[in-house]
Design a protein around this ligand. Structure first.
Ligand code: AGP
Length: 609
């Protein structure tokens, strides 16, 4: 939700921190701030509401020399996005500075207590209590003061702390929110995510819940909340910095749309062989549990939930298990039956979404088997899992999810095939043909991307459109919902995705010549029914765009625009049909001049409920 970065070493901290913030801005952009200890031993601090450029314009390249330093980019939770509420926050002495991602749940009570003992607060944030709490506990040992303070708070945090009297260190700590330590040559880093420090080191330690890291130029020592030293392994990051950069595309969103053929290839790597055998070794250790499963829930939020709809549909169809998709933020209010015969599959690109973590915890507590589908290694969601299937899609930086969606669908398809094999519900021939169809997806999605010029032309006609309806049946329905979500997020055009059969039960009243309809009409069992729905729409003079299978000439009688996608087996059409809708949302957004990579009001990972 917020991004934090810290540096300690011989170099000047400011340029390293500002560049780190630039790479973390996808995590929130309500304000940005930096603090460092100058060569004269003073604490320099500057922070500005709004995007990072507000801060850098204000600094105008004039940052003092010195190290260590910490910096922050904010997605507001407590307190409006103002200069005062921006991080870093300082204590009463002005010597101690702190940045924070997360929420301190008992901040009100702690604030009252600290105010009563004379602490002055200058912001409306929950974060500020932490810096005063550390000040309260400080008696010359910064790490110990941080440890004691953290024992007084509840909630979620990744923090970076520095003190003018300790110019040789920064202290980081983590609880339910990501934080890594970067190990450089004679220097150390803290960051919410790898891209922030990848220019400087590829060796990182992924901190675990309750870890407190004392980071110095000479090395890092990690203790737990009780003060005992803990050992954590060093992970070597294999991404290049280019992978985390735009790579020549005007936006990360477009870059990630174009990365999809490769991302799918990576998701399939070592999981589907040339004969179409699908095997997820990640699930081998829980084979006995999976064989006992009697029902399945696929849990996620937003885009991940729509991928979950596809997954649940195919698990039911292929593995013959009752399966449904669950909205993460709703599941706990009326939990479905959960026991040791239940499989819960949590789907989350970031692995940090609080609304998905909470029902997962509930299900784990009731004995369900938990399989996690995520992109981020070591993320919170992986902690309480019986098995983890990574997307292997590479970092997704754009706030609107694209390559994560298609790889989530592909990984869920492999899980469904894996379950079908274990349960003997599909024949060997069926299993192989679906496996081989999966292997075609990288080239078929690459082919689909050639629609870009046609889509761009259409998008130019849609600059003034106020509302768009998306419809689909069976697997086309979640694709319609995800298509509508993409258009909303990226272009701020109102859009809704409906089950095509529902149209005549109400939503058709919204259609008129100025309200286009996008229909998922790829070949499959429901094709003719979708065509009938399109005919009903044409009779109301609403413009129709169809996503159809190459070679389908009939559809052109009903739709003014047709995006032809390659022919696949029906279950795989969910993947190829998605790409034109992503491109459409992207091009409409560009034509309307919105902030494509960081749409207003959104954050990449939502770590609050
Ligand atoms: C997608 O474009 C979103 N911005 C959003 O719906 C996202 O998919 C959702 O917040 C879940 O995120 P996660 O996959 O990281 O859990």
């Amino acid at each position: 939700m917020c991004g934090i970065v810290g540096y300690v070493g011989q170099r000047d901290a400011a340029p390293i921190l500002l560049e780190g913030l630039r790479r973390l801005e996808y995590r929130g952009y309500d304000s940005a701030g930096i603090a460092l200890i100058t060569s004269e031993g003073k604490v320099f601090i500057e922070k500005k509401a709004g995007k990072l450029t507000n801060l850098t314009d204000h600094l105008n390249g004039e940052t003092p020399a010195g190290s260590p330093g910490i910096a922050h980019t904010r997605w507001a939770t407590h307190g409006r996005p103002t200069d005062l509420n921006a991080h870093p926050h300082t204590d009463c002495t002005g010597k101690l500075a702190l940045i924070h991602n997360g929420i301190i749940e008992n901040y009100a009570e702690v604030k009252r207590r600290l105010a009563g003992s004379g602490h002055d607060f200058s912001s409306d944030t929950d974060t500020e209590v932490l810096v005063h709490l550390i000040e309260e506990h400080y008696a010359g040992d910064l790490v110990e003061a941080v440890r004691r303070a953290l024992n007084d708070v509840r909630g979620a945090y990744a923090i970076g702390v520095m003190h003018a009297d300790h110019p040789d260190r920064i202290v980081g700590a983590r609880m339910n929110v990501p934080l890594i330590v970067g190990l450089g040559d004679g220097e150390g880093f803290l960051a919410s995510d790898v891209p922030a420090i990848l220019d400087h080191t590829k060796n990182v330690v992924i901190l675990q819940e309750g870890d407190i890291a004392d980071v110095t130029a000479a090395g890092t020592r990690i203790i737990d909340l009780d003060g005992s030293t803990v050992e954590r392994e060093v992970t070597r990051i294999r991404w290049s910095i280019e992978a985390a950069e735009k790579g020549g595309f005007p936006h990360f969103t477009l870059k990630e749309i174009y990365e999809q053929p490769h991302a799918i290839q990576e998701a399939l790597r070592a999981r589907v062989d040339g004969y179409g055998n699908v095997s997820l070794v990640e699930l081998d250790a829980i084979e006995a549990k999976l064989k006992r499963v009697e029902r399945v829930y696929v849990v996620g939020c937003g885009t991940a939930r729509y991928a979950g709809e596809v997954g649940a549909y195919l698990i039911q169809e292929w593995a013959g298990l009752p399966a449904s998709s669950q909205i993460g933020s709703e599941m706990r209010y009326s939990p479905p039956p959960l026991d040791d015969r239940t499989l819960v599959i949590s789907v989350s690109q970031s692995g940090e979404t609080a609304d998905t973590l909470a029902p997962q915890k509930l299900a784990a507590g009731r004995g369900a088997t938990i399989v996690v589908v995520t992109n981020v290694v070591g993320s919170a969601i992986t902690r309480e899992a019986d098995a983890v299937c990574y997307l292997q899609a590479g970092p997704e930086v754009a706030v609107a999810s694209t390559k994560a969606f298609v790889t989530q669908v592909v990984v869920l398809q492999m899980i469904a095939l894996h379950l079908a094999r274990l349960r003997g519900t599909l024949s060997a021939r069926q299993l192989h043909s679906f496996g081989l169809a999966l292997r075609e997806l990288p080239s078929q999605t690459a082919e689909t991307l050639k629609l870009a010029p046609q889509i761009k032309k259409l998008a130019r006609r849609w600059t003034d459109v106020r509302s768009v309806m998306f419809i689909g049946r069976a697997l086309g329905y979640p694709i319609a919902m995800e298509g509508a979500l993409k258009l909303k997020e990226l272009s701020y055009v109102h859009a809704e995705g409906y089950a095509a059969g529902e149209l005549k039960h109400g939503p058709i009243a919204l259609l008129d010549p100025n309200t286009p309809l996008v229909a998922i009409a790829t070949r499959g069992a429901t094709y003719e029914k979708v065509v009938s729905n399109i005919a009903e729409v044409r009779a109301r003079e609403a413009p129709v765009v169809a996503v159809a299978t190459v070679g389908d000439e009939e559809i052109a009688h009903y739709a003014q625009d047709v995006f032809y996608v390659p022919e696949t087996l029906e279950p795989m059409s969910a993947v190829v049909a998605m790409l034109p809708l992503q491109l459409l949302a992207y091009e409409v957004a560009v034509a309307r001049g919105t902030d494509v990579d960081q749409p207003r009001n959104l954050a990449k990972s939502v770590t609050v409920e």
